[in-house]
Design a protein around this ligand. Structure first.
Ligand code: NAD
Length: 467
């Protein structure tokens, strides 16, 4: 059992803290947002994440505590994980001021050997900077090491991603430091956790125990940026292929099946749509491009990945115009506001960007999202915007249905009910959740990304609403 502090109780910090407690460690979660700390102490669960409520319930006030007192948490801990935000600055670099402020705070409380671990996604050389800042602020050089332990969890499946990872990367420049990190993850890499009867159930295809990859701190920092850039590249690649499919009348799902069956490529992250979003890919690509530029490398491939991604939302908006002709005064049902299914996170959500454009064009929008609608209602009020309690409420009387987030429940709509609720049977799907033929069978005119449009010939048992 180790004593750990996790600084920052957001998506990454809260999940990492709860999971480390699940692995048997004693964890203090620190945040400088007093409202959040109070809420966590009271038992609230501030984010939507599968299995997180169970873990917090299991370990709160036992192996997991919450505080705003950074110094006390550092003093009590063997390893301190920094999991604060690293948002982009205006010119695309990572804003490391939160990391720097935490490093200064930690420096004053180093009274015995400790490992300071970057969990936040940061540019290469950040570990060197953290060390410099800590030395400048009085931390004795022999009493600490700085390591990088990038986090690969995905929102929506964050807990299982943490406990059943493809790999764990630890970037440490001394053996002593690597040993501390290895101990933190020992219940996973040694496999003991997976034998516990109360272990959180993992995905069917999980390969346990996960390998531990030990690298230098700089390599670990680069692994995280390169990994996110590669995944974003896969998404933009398939979006570009989808555009060509549309031009020639091919079906991108069939093309992707053919591409993804190549074991050198694999099918994951080859789903066309309205583009990637969220708090990671957009900012990490910009940051990686800046890092490359600073090192003298003009990483133009990343420019293109970003350009294709931005173009996707315009492509989608063009589809809406093609389906509806004029937008002013149209009433649209929007399913999905979060940047992807399974999360309530709206940061850099392409769905939100599209909704804003449609509102600006004079549309009225009734939106439904199973987890993110509450945050959306708080963060943007527009007189044309309303929030529905169910998907079918949103659809009622709408001129068209727009699917913007890949929530599982949106792929399982009762299509006859949807048809009845809509004023016109038009569906514009930015996530390719349906087969065009199926939509046509249900009397729905269906536009999607890289698949042929579907126009029903006739609706057997009902009056076709569209002339
Ligand atoms: P977040 O904004 O959800 O959480 C950051 C938390 O840090 C907030 O609660 C904030 O109040 C707190 N904080 C800021 N300054 C602080 C300080 N000085 N002391 C204590 N707490 C402080 O961010 P996140 O999504 O958890 O991301 C954190 C980092 O992890 C980022 O670098 C991100 O790129 C990386 N990351 C995120 C994900 C993801 O899916 N969200 C996945 C992998 C890596």
């Amino acid at each position: 059992m180790m004593k750990l502090a996790v600084i920052g109780s957001g998506y990454v910090g809260l999940v990492a803290g709860a999971c480390f407690a699940e692995l048997g460690h004693e964890v203090i979660l620190v945040d400088n947002d007093a409202v959040k700390v109070n809420a966590l102490q009271r038992g609230d669960v501030p984010i939507h994440e599968q299995f997180l409520p169970e873990l917090l319930e299991r370990h709160r006030n036992r192996r997991l505590s919450f505080t705003g007192d950074l110094a006390a948490a550092v003093k009590a801990s063997d390893a301190i994980f920094i999991a604060v935000g690293t948002p982009p600055t205006e010119d695309g670099e990572a804003d490391l001021s939160y990391v720097e402020s935490v490093a200064r705070g930690i420096a004053g409380s180093i009274d015995r050997y400790k490992v300071v671990v970057e969990k936040s996604t940061v540019p290469v050389y950040t570990s060197t900077w953290i060390r410099k800042i800590m030395l400048l602020n009085g931390a004795p050089p022999e009493l600490f090491d700085v390591a990088s332990n990038p986090e690969f969890l995905r929102e929506g499946t964050a807990v299982t991603d943490f406990l059943f990872p493809d790999r764990i990367v630890i970037g440490a420049d001394t053996l002593r430091c690597a040993e501390v990190l290895r101990e933190c993850y020992q219940p996973l890499v040694g496999g003991a956790y997976y034998l516990c009867p109360e272990a959180i159930p993992g995905p069917e295809d999980a390969s346990v125990p996960p390998p531990l990859i030990c690298t230098s701190a700089k390599s670990a920092e680069l692994i995280k940026h390169a990994c996110n850039a590669f995944l974003a590249m896969k998404i933009s690649f398939v979006n570009a292929v989808a555009s060509i499919c549309e031009s020639v009348g091919a079906n991108v799902k069939q093309v992707v099946h053919g591409i993804g069956s190549d074991s050198r490529i694999g099918p994951r992250f080859l789903r066309p749509g309205i583009g990637y979003g969220g708090s990671c890919f957009p900012k990490d690509l910009l940051a990686f491009r800046s890092v490359a530029r600073e090192c003298g490398y003009d990483f133009r491939l990343l420019d293109e990945v970003i350009r294709i991604n931005e173009e996707q939302r315009h492509r989608f908006l063009r589809k809406v115009r093609k389906a509806l002709w004029t937008l002013k005064g149209k009433r649209l049902a929007v399913l999905g506001l979060a940047f992807k299914g399974g999360t309530d996170d709206l940061r850099e959500s392409p769905a939100i960007a599209i909704v804003k454009c449609l509102l600006q064009a004079g549309c009225e929008i009734a939106a439904y999202d199973p987890a993110a609608a509450g945050h959306a209602a708080e963060s943007f009020a527009h007189r044309g915007m309303s929030f529905a309690d169910t998907a079918y409420d949103a659809l009622q009387g709408a001129d068209a249905l727009l699917i913007l987030t890949d929530w599982e429940e949106f792929a399982a709509l009762d299509l006859d009910r949807a048809y009845d609720a809509l004023r016109y049977p038009i569906v514009i799907d930015g996530r390719n959740l349906y087969e065009p033929e199926l939509m046509a069978e249900h009397g729905l005119v269906y536009y999607s990304m890289g698949q042929p449009d579907a126009v029903p010939e006739k609706r057997a048992t009902r009056t076709l609403k569209l002339a």
